[in-house]
Design a binder for this molecule. Sequence first.
Ligand SMILES: Cc1ncc(COP(=O)(O)OP(=O)(O)O)c(N)n1
Ligand SMILES: Cc1ncsc1CCOP(=O)(O)O
Ligand SMILES: [Mg+2]
Length: 545
Amino acid sequence: MAVDFLTRAFSTSPPFESIAHLRTLVVCSAPVQQRKALALKVMREDLIMRIPHVLTVAGSDSGAGAGIQADLKACAARGVYCSTVITAVTAQNTVGIQGVCAVPEEFVAEQLKSVLSDMRVDVVKTGMLPSINIVKVICQSLKEFPVRALVVDPVMVSTSGDVLAGPSILDIFREELLPIADIVTPNLKEASALLGGVQLQTVDDMRSAAKSIHDIGPRHVLVKGGDLPASLDAVDVFFDGENFIELRSSRIKTWNTHGTGCTLASSIAAELAKGSPMLSAVEVAKRYVRTALDNSKDIVIGNGPHGPFDHLFKLKSNVQNPCSQWVFDPNDLFLYAVTDSGMNKKWGRSVTDAVKTAIQGGATIVQLREKDAKTGKFLEAAKACHNICRLHGVHLLINDRIDVALACDADGVHIGQSDMPVAVVRTLLGPEKIIGVSCKTPEQAQQAWVDGADYIGCGGVYPTNTKVNNLTVGLEGLKTVCLASKLPVVAIGGISVSNARSVMELGVPNLKGVAVVSAMFDTESILVETQKLHAVLMETRAVVK
Ligand SMILES: Cc1ncc(COP(=O)(O)OP(=O)(O)O)c(N)n1
Ligand SMILES: Cc1ncsc1CCOP(=O)(O)O
Ligand SMILES: [Mg+2]
């Protein structure tokens, strides 16, 4: 598109062949000033690789645990550029806030103009806004320079209990800022203040608060329940105007929580800037914060009760792929190929050939389940398969072996009920990797969700020879688990061309596909059998929808 446009812009010149050629044309064609400017603009916007960009409008924290400093680190960790407009300078450490100096609103306006008039900002995130006029200036700037999304963290009180924005700010929040926000992320105290001081003590209270705040105008609300009394799990309530989603996870026992609110909001902004839909942005951001907290439990910075945590923990751990933009889409579970070393040996194939052919036939995700492979050989095969999968845009997961998944930087793992606990695997792999868990019961499905898995594998649906002593749950068992699961489900066990239709025709929305071993790999032609499976699934998709 950009190339066509540029060719038209240079219609008096010969068509250009490359960016370098275009540059020469621009330099040589002096009379066509206007076209040059236009062409250069298009070239910069469409042809040069852009990095997602978040602008944070917040206060500076001299201790660097929260505020602008947290936002910068979070965005860097999430692979997103972050520009900054400073609304206040705080003298602050882990003990508390010793002083606040608000930046005059004219100068906040000047900073906003400098950034927004020059750089293409995708998402604006607001934090500490110490005066009514600063809020007004922001709303005005966003009218002049619209962005794709606005994330509002309605900061009022710091972790240490110090006031960062007084009650006088509430009216302007309600009247001007919240109505233009794509998401607002209050904690319990802030939600209560926004609603005139209502008591929030239960998850039901949080739901009502989310709904009432949504009525003020933001498109989405995330009420953070970190301070909820008598709750073992950390529960946040997400509301999109129609559905409430409880985002529940076990608490990380750590004192180093200073800056979690700022970090969560800027991480949501970062995911939105990469193009994620809102709920995935919130989920990934929550996971990132959780993993960072978990990796920072032993840090000691300062003498106060709540220290900062390490946003850039990945720089010193073996967790790789810091800015993966390739998020897991549950629809990838559609036709899930699970390899088997025995079957490949029987048919005289390498695992790489088997994987390549399965993908050619329509497999949408691949799991290496190489039960008899020695570690060295497994890793070698996993690296080769990962290259193939990457080339085709298909995720590669490793069965059981977290070590192999880490070593080959696979996209994730599939684990069973007796393997390493999901929460530990999440800490080891980091927030972006895909974790699938085998579940046969509603309780296991619930636990998988709480622990931070991405999908569950449910089966054996039918009897199978591939996994010995495996309990068959049948279509009824599969349906029960699907209905109880908040995660997407893939069915497994004895599934073939002849029964895949019956599985998918269960018609439960979160049943996203089938996983097969023998019907794909214990066959003369992986290509033909995979294509047949794909065709059957496509037909059921048409019927189910
Ligand atoms: C997609 C999918 N679902 C379930 C399983 C079974 O995993 P697990 O229970 O760990 O058993 P093994 O595969 O390790 O024998 C799976 N592999 N994939
Ligand atoms: C790994 C696994 N987990 C539950 S059933 C099963 C085996 C599936 O193999 P097949 O598709 O050949 O029945
Ligand atoms: Mg296993």
